[in-house]
Design a protein around this ligand. Structure first.
Ligand SMILES: [Mg+2]
Length: 258
């Protein structure tokens, strides 16, 4: 039996619309005795909101099985004064931090979402404030630095552009807290009490999920849903151990390949 880390967005749903067969696949993985952890970079939903949405989709899971980048940020940045440029929904997960408007030790950049809130969070005024904090010595962190993500309307610009912009302007380098950072994958393996070499990562993003997990020593399966693009995979040097058409095919693939 394996330990399996499952990406959420693009693997189990896209823009909140379930990927067909996802709930049944999760049930079968559990019946087959695999240990699961839901490992997401979501920057628009708190851990409990996400757990609720997945349950509403028919996926059985415990709150503790969900690992979010925001919750990891609360651990990594514990004790620091943080200027957070994140969606309001994440505040619940960042509760333990001292969130400040100025005089920060750290600037934390979250992701974009499909609502006008993105305009507010990444306004010129907020970006200029973040830059001023970095100039004054604050460290730059981001939940992820994705270039784009897949919505039901098509691809949309993500917040990686703002992270890169602040790095350029303040001449600093951001620390990534979520995927593809090794610390994030390692924390997930540790939560399952699993060796990295015996753990599988399942995702739709060849960079964030597959390359990141391989860099930490995990085995990987890429799904052809969500962010998957055949040309990106063909051009990439990253080779997943397996490719399946969707999460619905994963239980059978693992039965053959484990
Ligand atoms: Mg994904």
């Amino acid at each position: 039996m394996a330990a399996i880390l499952l990406d959420v967005d693009g693997v189990l749903h896209v823009s909140g619309e379930p990927i067909p067969g996802a709930a049944a696949a999760i049930r079968r993985l559990r019946e087959n005795g695999h240990r699961l952890r839901f490992v997401t970079n979501t920057t628009t939903r708190s851990r409990s909101q996400l757990a609720g949405e997945l349950r509403a989709q028919g996926i059985e899971l415990e709150y503790d099985e969900v690992q979010t980048a925001a919750e990891a940020a609360a651990r990594v940045l514990s004790g620091k004064r943080v200027l957070a440029m994140t969606m309001h929904a994440l505040i619940a997960d960042l509760d333990a931090l001292e969130l400040v408007g100025e005089g920060a030790d750290a600037v934390l950049i979250g992701g974009a979402d499909e609502t006008p809130e993105t305009n507010l969070v990444f306004s010129y005024m907020n970006l200029a404030r973040a830059w001023a904090e970095l100039e004054a010595g604050a460290e730059l962190y981001c939940l992820h630095r994705n270039r784009w993500w897949q919505t039901k309307e098509g691809p949309m610009l993500d917040s990686g552009a703002f992270v890169a912009g602040l790095e350029y302007a303040a001449q600093v380098e951001a620390t990534v807290i979520g995927k593809p950072s090794s610390a994030y994958f390692a924390a997930a393996c540790e939560a399952l009490d699993a060796d990295t070499e015996m753990t599988w990562m399942v995702g739709d993003d060849v960079e964030g999920d597959i390359a990141g997990a391989q860099g930490t020593g995990l085995r990987t399966v890429l799904v052809r849903t969500g962010k998957f693009r055949p040309d990106v995979v063909e051009r990439s040097r990253t080779r997943p151990d397996g490719i399946v058409s969707s999460i619905s095919q994963l239980p059978e693939w693992l039965e053959e390949h484990l």
